[in-house]
Design a protein around this ligand. Structure first.
Ligand code: PGA
Length: 256
């Protein structure tokens, strides 16, 4: 059986500061991403750079994504960017519900509206979930369950192929590689997430939804997170802005 490609998402967050730097970062990783035979690379820059980056490559091995989208298609919503505009700028993916957006006040209900708007417009959703802290009593599992159930409410089974889950424990984001979650815990949590997804969609097909881990991913922990964590891919923040480091992650993932 043909092995499923791994998934690698680059979340550039609010970086870099201008188009020429964005183009340089993309060009710095393009060749490596194109060489990788078992990898789907998704680059999510700030939307303002999407068109420029889309003009640098056309093919299927590298895709583009946005980091957020509006819950509406158009209208009087100053500052918002609709899923249709994102598609039009060359992106096929959209990260939704990132913890840095949730910290600005986005709750599950709004995340759910965004998820459904993105799906309606043909974007593949990378839904982020993750607890801010772990506790002995396991309350974080209830929290994760709520995030999944409420963010995916009324999404319907038809969209299963348009969905990925990025599990990003907030306490593990933006640190050194040694402070990422230990792979054994990634594995355990991914099993829990798969169980909830099966309940939400009432279908075994939900077990095929790719699960990614994000939070201080670096070349040093790439292999163990994937192999011992038993997940389909990774979402990389700060290390995705450094082409040499990102290229190393690409090379490692491609061999797994
Ligand atoms: P990090 O960010 O890789 O810098 O920890 C991950 C994320 O927040 O998506």
């Amino acid at each position: 059986m043909e092995k499923q490609p791994r998934i690698l998402v680059a979340n550039w967050k609010m970086n870099p500061l201008d188009t020429s730097q964005a183009v340089a970062i993309f060009n710095g990783m393009k060749e490596e991403a194109l060489k990788a035979r078992h990898l789907q690379t998704i680059i999510a820059p700030p939307v303002i750079f999407l068109s420029a980056i889309a003009g640098l490559y056309s093919g299927t091995r590298i895709s583009l994504g946005a980091q957020d989208c509006s819950w509406e298609e158009s209208g009087a919503l100053t500052g918002e960017i609709s899923p249709t505009m994102i598609k039009g700028a060359g992106a096929d993916y959209c990260i939704i519900g990132h913890s840095e957006r949730r910290a600005l006040g986005e709750g599950n209900e709004l995340v759910n509206r965004k998820v459904r708007a993105a799906l309606r417009n043909g974007l593949t959703v990378i839904l982020c979930v993750g607890e801010s802290a772990r506790d002995e009593s396991g309350a974080y599992l209830e929290f994760l369950k709520m995030e999944l159930v409420e963010s995916l409410a009324h999404a319907g089974k038809k969209i299963l192929s348009q969905l990925m889950i990025a599990y990003e424990p907030i306490w593990a984001i933006g640190k050194e590689s040694a402070e990422a979650m230990v792979p054994r815990d990634v594995h355990e949590t991914s099993l829990f997430i798969r169980k909830i997804l099966r309940e939400v969609f009432k279908s075994d097909s939900a077990l095929k939804i790719p699960i990614l881990y994000g939070g201080s991913v670096a070349p040093e922990n790439t292999k163990s997170l994937i192999v011992e964590g038993n997940i389909e891919g990774l979402l990389v923040g700060h290390q995705s802005l450094l082409p040499e480091r990102f290229n190393e992650i690409i090379r490692i993932l491609d061999t797994l």
